[in-house]
Design a binder for this molecule. Structure first.
Ligand SMILES: [Cu+2]
Length: 146
């Protein structure tokens, strides 16, 4: 992710070391190159910082990869694969629009929620499909592997 940084930093150095008579234009270009050389690595560090500090949780205690985000009138990911025994957490965040999670072949359903979370633990392997009852086009599935 951050490997492109070295290439970006190399480019302005050619401007600073290019041959030519000393003059105001060159001095300005050199100063500019110095600024770019200083700023670019700083930006790279800033861009990398959130990834480096990410601890694998989403803030609601759900482990990374076992959460479904309910937003933009859809479930993401639409199909989530987890090992048996996993607790899947749906995080409702669609700008005040209420959704729910109602399983087709399981007696499991959430309330209609505009925020907050709903969790269910899947003990048995299988594929469990669900939908949002106010919006039947919103569908998803949990694939539980042994
Ligand atoms: Cu919905």
């Amino acid at each position: 992710m951050c490997q492109g940084t070295a290439l970006s930093v190399e480019t302005p150095r050619h401007v600073a070391t290019s041959h030519g008579p000393p003059g105001r234009g060159r001095a300005v270009r050199s100063a500019l190159a110095t600024v770019v050389l200083v700023v670019l690595p700083t930006l790279a560090v800033a861009a990398c910082a959130p990834t480096a500090g990410y601890d694998g949780t989403d803030g609601d205690g759900a482990r990374n990869g076992e959460a479904v985000i309910v937003s933009d009138m859809s479930f993401a990911p639409e199909v989530l694969t987890v090992p048996a025994g996993s607790t899947v957490t749906w995080i409702f965040d669609d700008g005040g629009l209420a959704h729910d999670v109602v399983f087709d072949d399981l007696d499991v359903a959430s309330e209609l929620l505009t925020e907050d979370t709903f969790s269910h633990t899947f003990e048995e392997p299988g594929t469990y499909t669900y939908q949002c009852s106010p919006h039947p086009s919103m569908t998803g599935a949990i694939e539980v592997t042994p």
